[in-house]
Design a protein around this ligand. Structure first.
Ligand code: AGP
Length: 372
């Protein structure tokens, strides 16, 4: 009913707009008075966790993209190698697992059969299993050794939005917690990153307040047959997620690429007026990365692409090469996916609505895939 949708046209729109709160609730109550992370609810012996020699992240769809983002942050902060694998591929390849392997599953529903089967397999092989999940008491967290709940609130729309951001935030907490346990980061560094994380909800709200220009662009593009998304580093999984949202909701052919792959093939797709979204890395991160992506924007534009960029506020370098720029507030480079994803969600939702599609229940899809 309209009341359940909180005045929005769809659950998806409601959930997009709940993201500041979802991220806030994921971060809530996870530090002590001294600002140390306390993930007591994990119910796993910290001494055991400390010995982790390898992390394998298992998930499907959007949750797997959250895992790809997590890899960049967790490896950077903990120096523990992280593999990310689609859950349905994992147990068919004879993976290398032992007691020092921490298998982290990520799932909104906690009922995704592919993910559950992969977790069971990992357990049988002797790994310790940790579930990052949004649904209290669901099967995957019940069968895992440890659990980190998202507390993002129920997600009704089939297309995942607020759970995705909450999954990223929760993975960051896990990474920082492991870094803290192992003395890999100074307590001050952890405090600084947590302070940056706590500014994310306000920054998401700023993007939501400026949503109208994104919706207007979406409406103007309703007859577009194909859209490409480029990103690099943590912007790469964001590009994949932007493309998935568009496929799921608007039934438009969409692909996400690592921007560095362009010249290895995908640039052949570029023709006059091909829309290309580019998720631009922070100019304050590794500088060569930023300038390389700016070159990619120029390369596709020179071949006729219509470039739509998502960039950090104050980034002066992209405007002249972009048809449209959406600016997101400035944050730490690793945290950017928590912001750059939001315009892509709004875009896909608005475009699908403009085409007259049911954004909450796209054709052929189920909210949780409980068959293999
Ligand atoms: C997201 O928009 C999708 N509908 C889908 O990819 C989903 O993320 C995937 O099926 C995993 O679901 P889960 O998080 O409930 O495990």
């Amino acid at each position: 009913s309209a009341a359940e949708k909180g005045g929005y046209d769809s659950f998806m729109e409601k959930e997009i707009n709940e993201q500041p709160k979802a991220v806030e609730d994921t971060l809530l109550g996870r530090t002590d008075a001294e600002g140390r992370l306390t993930l007591d609810e994990l119910r796993i012996d910290p001494e055991e966790l400390k010995k982790t020699s390898k992390i394998i992240v298992l998930a499907c769809g959007t949750a797997a993209y959250a895992g790809l983002v997590a890899k960049y942050a967790i490896e950077h902060w903990t120096r523990i190698p992280v593999e990310v694998e689609l859950a349905h591929e994992f147990r068919y390849r004879d993976p290398i697992i032992d007691e020092s392997t921490l298998v982290v599953s990520i799932s909104q529903s906690g009922e995704t059969m592919d993910t559950l089967m992969a977790v069971r397999y990992a357990k049988e092989q002797g790994a310790r299993t940790l579930s990052i999940c949004n649904t209290n008491g669901s099967t995957i967290p019940r069968e895992s050794d440890a659990v980190l709940y998202l507390h993002a609130g129920p997600e009704i729309a089939v297309a995942s939005t607020k759970a995705f951001l909450a999954m990223i935030a929760a993975s960051y907490l896990l990474g920082l917690y492991l870094a803290q346990l192992r003395g890999q980061l100074f307590q001050e560094e952890i405090k600084d990153i947590l302070a940056d994380l706590h500014k994310i909800p306000g920054a998401i709200q700023e993007i939501l307040d400026g949503a109208e220009s994104i919706k207007a662009l979406a409406r103007s593009m309703k007859d577009t047959p194909s859209v490409l998304f480029l990103g690099r580093h943590v912007g790469y999984p964001v590009a994949l997620e932007g493309a998935l949202k568009l496929k799921e909701l608007a039934y438009i052919h969409a692909e996400g690429f690592a921007a560095g792959e362009l010249k290895h093939g995908p640039i052949a797709l570029i023709e006059q007026d091909q829309p290309v979204f580019v998720v631009v890395p922070s100019p304050h991160g590794r500088n060569s990365l930023h300038s390389k992506v700016v070159s990619n924007i120029q390369e596709v534009r020179a071949r006729g692409a219509k470039t739509i960029t998502v960039a950090e506020a104050g980034d002066q370098s992209v405007g002249e090469f972009s048809e449209t720029v959406f600016y997101v507030p400035s944050t730490a480079p690793l945290l950017m996916p928590l912001l750059t994803t939001v315009p892509l969600q709004i875009f896909a939702c608005a475009l699908a609505a403009e085409k007259g599609y049911d954004v909450d229940q796209p054709r052929n899809l189920a909210k949780s895939v409980t068959v293999e």
